[in-house]
Design a protein around this ligand. Structure first.
Ligand code: PMP
Length: 375
């Protein structure tokens, strides 16, 4: 039977407690949300939803074509200018998702004969970029600039190191200045995924590369998503005008994909302007994360010290992680649950996101529920 092997895979997954199912989120849910990536609480902010609505009314429900044909509106150009300026780069290119932006950056910057040095904890979209690229990939130890240096040693031809700035599973940060230094010594480029840094780290949320003093450098390329702290959807690559012009001509997920929907561009632009006006929102997300971590640790839970807005709590097994998250949900709290294959080390976790708009009482309630329902 065609696809008969699917049942065998499903059975293995079931036995390992790793089955995933979709659960539609009802409108106006009364759950306390510590699961979404809406770090600044902007996804439902009236200025952001109005930005989306205004853009849809002006430009339509979709971009109508790929960016090089009809899919580039003045709104896309405006968003690219403002995003580049905010993050400290010369230019930016907007994509339909952060995933597509990562595939673009890695594949277009790692040609045949090149070497890609990839952190073992990188996000799936960077890993897939490495798999699709023509260059050869070497995976190196997590957050280890010396391992990057060693991998680059002796390589002839183009090379690029690839890393998340804040890793999505544990919320730990990469040593950006040291990575940039290691790359510079070898004439290699550095591609950084700042999905979890933009809007949270750096001056007013300008991102982790800005905080590390490497934003705008000629050999640094940064990818971001518009779907986390900016409360919208889409992604972008930031770099020099030269790199961005190269992507326009060489990145297949740019050339062959329909442009970002105007509503998403409008929402992201409104969120970005709001963040400029209210820079305190960024630091508040990290503050909430630190408070969550301190309170979880105080009730005896094992949580990773957060470098940004993600707080990861260790669970004993995949089944217990799922049960724990379900018990939290039953008690009115929505938390994320990470299990293999989303975790590189096989350790399941509850994943909490510290939104800037959480009150002290909400943080207290969340910790009480997580502590009371622990397996
Ligand atoms: N990079 C990282 C580190 C992420 O966590 C995500 C989102 N899960 C992405 C890239 C992909 O971004 P998007 O959801 O916009 O496709």
């Amino acid at each position: 039977m065609a696809f008969g092997w699917i049942d065998e895979q499903a059975e293995l997954r079931r036995r390992a407690g790793l089955v995933r199912t979709l659960r539609p989120r009802p409108a106006g849910t009364p759950l306390l949300d510590l699961a979404s990536n809406d770090y600044l609480g902007l996804a439902r902010h009236p200025e952001v939803t109005e930005g989306a609505a205004r853009a849809a009314r002006t430009w339509g429900g979709g971009a109508t074509g790929s960016r090089l044909v009809t899919g580039t509106t003045e709104l896309h150009a405006e968003l690219e200018r403002e995003l580049a300026d905010f993050c400290g780069f010369e230019a930016a290119l907007v994509f339909s998702s952060g995933y597509a932006a990562n595939l673009a950056a890695v594949t277009a910057l790692a040609p045949h004969g090149s070497l890609i040095v990839s952190d073992a904890g990188n996000h799936a979209s960077l890993i897939d970029g490495c798999r699709l690229a023509r260059g050869a990939t070497q995976v190196v130890a997590h957050r280890d600039p010396d391992a990057v240096r060693k991998a680059l040693d002796g390589h002839e031809g183009p090379a690029v190191a690839v890393s998340d700035t804040v890793f999505s599973v544990d919320g730990d940060a990469a040593p950006l200045a040291a990575l940039a230094e290691a790359c510079r010594e070898h004439g290699a480029g550095l591609v950084l995924d700042d999905a979890h840094g933009l809007g949270v780290l750096g001056d007013g949320g300008r991102g982790a590369p800005h905080a590390a003093g490497i934003a705008g450098a000629e050999d640094v390329v940064v990818t971001v998503t518009l779907s986390k702290s900016l409360g919208s959807q889409g992604g972008a690559v930031l770099g020099t005008g030269r790199v961005i012009a190269h992507l326009v001509n060489a990145a297949r997920t740019f050339i062959f994909d329909t442009g970002l929907a105007p509503a998403a561009a409008g929402a992201a632009l409104s969120a970005l302007r709001l963040l400029r006006r209210e820079p305190g929102r960024a630091a508040r997300a990290s503050e909430v994360a630190r408070e969550l971590h301190a309170r979880l640790t105080a009730v005896g839970l094992e949580a990773v010290r957060p470098d940004a807005a993600v707080v990861s709590v260790r669970a004993p097994s995949p089944e217990q992680a799922v049960g724990w998250a379900a018990d939290c949900r039953a008690a009115g709290l929505s938390v994320g649950c990470f299990r293999p294959p989303s975790v590189p080390d096989g350790v399941s976790r509850l994943r909490l996101t510290a939104r800037a708009d959480l009150s002290g009482a909400e943080i207290e309630r969340a910790v009480r529920v997580i502590g009371d329902t622990r397996p």
